[in-house]
Design a protein around this ligand. Structure first.
Ligand SMILES: Nc1nc2c(c(=O)[nH]1)N[C@H]1C(S)=C(S)[C@@H](COP(=O)(O)O)O[C@H]1N2
Ligand SMILES: [Mo]
Length: 220
C-alpha cells in the first residue's frame, strides 16, 4: 500500500507519526539474518512448553479487566468488550525462553501495545513499565521495548483463543526479550519513571533479558 492510500487520520498513522516526531521508542533493533535467528545457547522445539509459578488463574470473561496506570495522560480501565473494540492486529514471532527452548513462527492476534499506548498517551517522563498479572506475577521492561513494533497483547494463538495454561484470556508477547518478560494473564500495566525489579528480576534474572546477548541472570 502506498502512503497516499493510508488514511492520514487513522489510529496507526497518528501514533506512528507522533512517535516518529518525538523520536520515541527507538530501540536500535535491527532485523537479523536467518543464520542469527536462533540466539546463542538456545535449541528449537516444536511443542509449546508451559512455564509459570504453578497457579493458573481462572478468569471469567465477564470480570476480566485491564488497567493502565502511572505516567499516562489517560488512565485506562478496559473490560473485554472495550479491549476488543480496539484495533486488532496479527503478528508472527519467535519465542525464546531463558530455560533454552525457542519456538519459531507463533501467530498471535490481539492489540498491538503501540495502539494501547496511543490511547493512554505516555507522559514524557515515562521510561519503564511494570506488568502485574492475575497470579501475582510481575515483570519489568523499558517502555521502548514494551512498545516494540511486534509486541502484542494477545488473545489468540494460531487462530484459536489463547488457552488458560498459556496465559488466556490475554497475555503479553514481547518477542525480542526472553519469554519471562511476556506476562501471562496480564491485569495491569504501570508506566514508571525508573526501573524496578519484577518477580524473576528480584530472584536473580537479568533486568533486561536480551536473548542475543544471553542476558539470563543478573551477574551476566
Ligand atoms: N503471569 C505470569 N506470566 C508469566 C509467568 C508466570 O509465572 N506468571 N512465567 C513466565 C515465564 S518464566 C515464561 S518462560 C513464560 C512461559 O509462557 P508459556 O507457559 O506460555 O510457555 O511465561 C512468562 N509469563
Ligand atoms: Mo521462563
Amino acid at each position: 500500500m502506498s502512503d497516499e492510500q493510508i488514511p492520514q487520520d487513522s489510529k496507526l498513522t497518528t501514533s506512528k507519526r507522533r512517535w516518529a516526531a518525538e523520536g520515541k521508542f527507538l530501540t536500535g533493533r535491527v532485523s537479523r539474518p536467518e543464520a542469527e535467528r536462533l540466539p546463542p545457547g538456545q535449541h528449537l522445539v516444536k511443542n509449546w512448553p508451559v512455564l509459570d509459578l504453578g497457579q493458573q488463574p481462572v478468569i471469567a470473561i465477564d470480570s476480566w479487566k485491564l488497567e493502565v496506570r502511572g505516567l499516562v495522560e489517560t488512565e485506562l480501565d478496559l473490560n473485554w468488550a472495550a479491549f476488543h473494540a480496539l484495533e486488532q492486529s496479527s503478528m508472527v514471532s519467535d519465542i525464546h525462553c531463558v530455560t533454552t527452548w525457542s519456538r519459531y513462527d507463533n501467530k498471535w492476534r490481539g492489540v498491538a501495545t503501540r495502539d494501547l499506548l496511543d490511547l493512554a498517551m505516555p507522559k514524557a517522563e515515562a521510561s519503564y513499565v511494570m506488568l502485574t498479572s492475575y497470579d501475582g506475577y510481575t515483570t519489568n521492561l523499558p517502555l521502548s521495548d514494551f512498545a516494540a513494533e511486534d509486541a502484542i497483547l494477545a488473545t489468540a494463538w494460531e487462530g484459536l483463543p489463547l488457552t488458560r495454561d498459556h496465559g488466556g484470556p490475554m497475555r503479553l508477547v514481547v518477542p525480542h526479550l526472553y519469554f519471562w518478560k511476556s506476562a501471562k494473564w496480564l491485569r495491569r500495566i504501570d508506566l514508571m519513571p525508573s526501573d524496578k525489579a519484577g518477580f524473576w528480576e528480584k530472584n536473580g534474572y537479568h533486568m533486561y533479558g536480551d536473548p542475543w546477548r544471553e542476558q539470563r541472570y543478573s551477574e551476566d
